[in-house]
Design a protein around this ligand. Structure first.
Ligand code: LMR
Length: 397
């Protein structure tokens, strides 16, 4: 019956993380998957989230199904976090938000929506982008192509080339944009560049799909939604998938959302209805528990304050690791420029290492980074950063 089913080649990120788990070496270093580890190398249980969980569990009783669109308190809290409770798009009822199974679930529900209502549209993703973006959109039957983004010569952004490509995209193309902490490069648009991109999106009638999985890891919780609020204020219609995996350290709870900003409240009602229908077709309703932790943290003033401080701690620890890696590598290889570690932001940096060098890092030194050269800086700590720098210097020498 299944002889025609071909073997799965595996996912470049998840498979490497699994290989790390099986590696018997004690000094191995995991800089592969996008997970924040603390300085002890542990995935933290954030105190604010733990306190929220104790309250939620103490109050919980029966476990009914959630509605297709998810829990109302979660949806409202997420919408306010992303768009601002007092912003016009929210007050006008133009934004609809549903709870999804991680932001990957939000991307997929959004992709299905696009395929159904914009069947002629392809999606443009940055070159490069998160490995799974292509799989999610192609899996929904959407043609994926790329726009220029990362500049390998500078470790920065090819902004002019990006604008030029988007200026020529067919009308109603979908454009996938990372709001902050670009995965995999760590290279973001400045606020000024977002302002310059906006008229291109408007003039070409493009449909932005914003992915924000690292809110708070860039410049701050509010600062990192600058692009989302700029686009919403401009009257554009667009989609946003967001995640609490990283900023609440709730990876396995799969807490995410999909929001769609619509031209008016009447269209928003219909869009929400079709998102619900799509959820029902796929997984019926989202899970209850994790979303309630998120909603509690976001709406309880004390927990919210504590959480925001915890996000600052995580962000600053990553920045300290960036600085240390930069300093050690610069001292070891004085002729080379490692300033990209300081200018790139969020969890990831694109090291420019080629696949052979990445393989050497893994095989000879037990340092796991993606073969694209993406390093998860959030896996560095005060005990492994020196060894990582030594290994990198060895393969670069
Ligand atoms: C990553 O990019 O490593 C994370 O977003 C985890 C994943 O699912 O790929």
């Amino acid at each position: 019956m299944f002889l025609h089913v071909e073997p799965y080649a595996g996912d470049p990120i998840l498979s490497l993380n699994e290989a790390f788990g099986k590696d018997p070496r004690v000094n191995k270093i995991n800089l592969s998957i996008g997970i924040y580890f603390d300085d002890d190398g542990k995935i933290p249980m954030l105190p604010s989230v733990r306190a929220a969980e104790l309250k939620v569990v103490a109050e919980s009783g029966a476990r009914p199904y959630l509605p297709m669109e998810g829990a109302a308190n979660f949806r409202t809290a997420v919408q306010h976090l992303l768009f601002g409770a007092d912003r016009q798009a929210v007050l006008d009822g133009r934004v609809v938000t549903i709870q999804t199974v991680g932001s990957s679930g939000g991307l997929r529900v959004g992709a299905d929506f696009i395929k159904r209502y914009f069947p002629e549209s392809g999606i443009l993703v940055s070159d490069p982008t998160w490995d799974n973006h292509r799989s999610v959109f192609e899996g929904a039957g959407i043609t994926v192509s790329t726009y220029p983004y990362y500049d390998a010569d500078t470790g920065g952004l090819q902004f002019d080339a990006m604008l030029a490509a988007l200026s020529q995209a067919p009308a109603r193309s979908v454009v996938l944009l990372h709001a902050c902490c670009h995965n995999p490069t760590g290279v973001d648009l400045s606020q000024d560049q977002w302002r310059k991109l906006l008229p291109v999106l408007q003039e070409r009638e493009l449909l932005p799909f914003i992915d924000i999985a690292y809110q708070g890891y860039g410049d701050g919780i509010e600062e990192d939604v600058f692009a989302i609020r700029l686009l919403a204020d401009s009257g554009l219609s667009f989609l946003v998938a967001n995640s609490f995996s990283k900023n609440m350290s709730l990876y396995g709870e799969r807490c995410g959302a999909l929001s769609v900003v619509c031209p008016d409240a009447a269209q928003a009602v219909n869009v929400l209805g079709q998102l619900k229908a799509n959820v029902r077709r796929n997984y019926s309703t989202p899970p209850l528990h994790g979303g309630q932790l998120v909603a509690r943290v976001l709406t309880d003033p004390d927990l919210r304050r504590d959480w925001e401080a915890e996000v600052v701690t995580m962000r600053e620890r990553i920045q300290a690791m960036r600085r240390q890696l930069h300093d050690v590598l610069s001292a070891k290889l004085p002729g080379r420029d490692f300033s990209y570690f300081l200018t790139q932001r969020g969890m990831f940096s694109y090291t420019g290492l080629n696949p052979a060098q990445c393989d050497r890092l893994k095989d000879e030194f037990g340092v796991y980074i993606l073969r694209s050269g993406r390093m998860c800086i959030a896996g560095l700590n005060t005990r492994n950063v020196e060894a990582t720098a030594q290994a990198m210097a060895a393969v670069l020498a």
